[in-house]
Design a binder for this molecule. Structure first.
Ligand SMILES: [Zn+2]
Length: 333
């Protein structure tokens, strides 16, 4: 970067438009490159066989049974997308979200199948309880309060069963205090010291998760998630959250959502220089899809613009439902 005190010239000697005149020149001086290598593709796994059900509010996104998920993973790999993140919808939900940490649970079985058929694909698992609890909360609820420490114990168990099934990375998304440390300790004690943790470090209580809850069938039956997810108005607090997760052993830190929080991504990247991920969430995806379908915006152009902006803000990795569309566009396939 040119220090601001260096005189770079002034009009008419200096004309910034010179380097914008030709497409090739623009390509040569482009500051941010978007690459398929940066993408992580989220998948929703449901019970059954041969299930492939489109999520109404997210055109192009499907709930898939394990057999279909494996086929999808092969496609993802063919498009050179390096990684998927899995969300599971269990057969049965209960108060304690038991299937989340059952070695025969939906995610544990899905991981085994994917790693068998598409071993080179990096399989990341979302670690939380909200898809598995009957009340839809991310942890154990007692007298209307979501308990922290008791829930963290279950999350550590869940992460361990994912690692045992063959997951390449675990991603706790709950925002409870101390969960990264508990998961790191549990993994290390069981011989999984080389499994990285991508923590949802600064996750906001956001209205942009609406369509995801249809996809993951994880809406809370009462109350909301404001007692553990962050207030959208805060960004100093995001730095404290991220610092804490790094101290507890996070290898990659995530900001979620992405688009309304580009400033937070930038602050996190500048402050910590950690591998930083951003989750381009369901609502961000659905808005672009809907406007594109109505002919109000050029969907492909806006998609690339948004993904590039998230990278420009400082994200190294982007979790995005656009991964396949963008990969096709970037590779010209
Ligand atoms: Zn959750």
């Amino acid at each position: 970067m040119i220090p601001t005190d260096v005189k770079t010239g002034s009009y008419p000697n200096l004309r910034l438009r010179r380097l914008r005149m030709k497409g090739v020149l623009r390509d040569m001086v482009r500051e941010t490159e978007l690459s398929t290598d940066d993408f992580i593709y989220p998948l929703f796994v449901v019970p059954g066989t041969n299930v492939r059900k489109e999520v109404k509010s997210m055109p192009g996104v499907y709930q898939m049974s394990i057999d279909q998920t494996v086929r999808e993973c092969a496609d993802v790999k063919k498009l050179c997308i390096p990684a998927v993140i899995l969300f599971g919808i269990p057969e049965h939900k209960d108060e304690l979200g038991s299937e989340a940490y059952d070695e025969a649970g939906i995610i544990q079985m899905a991981v085994r199948s994917i790693k068998k058929e598409v071993p080179e694909l990096i399989v990341i698992t979302d670690v939380c309880l909200c898809e598995y609890t009957s009340h839809g909360h991310c942890g154990i609820v007692k007298d209307g309060e979501i308990l922290n420490d008791e829930s963290v114990e279950l999350l550590a168990k869940e992460a361990l069963t994912h690692a045992q099934a063959g997951a390449d990375m675990v991603a706790p998304s709950d925002m409870f205090d101390g969960r990264v440390k508990a998961i790191r300790t549990m993994l290390d004690e069981n011989g999984y010291q080389n499994i990285p943790i991508m923590s949802y470090a600064a996750k906001y209580a956001s209205g942009f998760y609406g369509p995801f809850r249809e996809a993951a069938e994880s809406s809370p039956k009462f109350g909301d998630r404001r007692s553990h997810q962050m207030d959208p108005a805060n960004s100093d607090e995001a730095l404290r959250e991220v610092a804490l997760d790094i101290e507890e052993g996070a290898d990659i830190v995530m900001v979620k959502p992405a688009l309304p929080y580009l400033d937070v991504i930038r602050r996190v990247k500048d402050r910590f220089q950690m591998p930083t991920a951003a989750y381009n969430v369901s609502g961000e995806y659905s808005m672009i899809k809907a406007a594109g379908r109505n002919g109000w915006i050029d969907e492909q152009r806006v998609m690339i613009e948004v993904l590039t902006a998230i990278r420009r803000a400082g994200a190294d990795l982007i979790l995005t439902y656009f991964a396949k569309d963008a990969a096709r566009l970037l590779s010209g396939k």
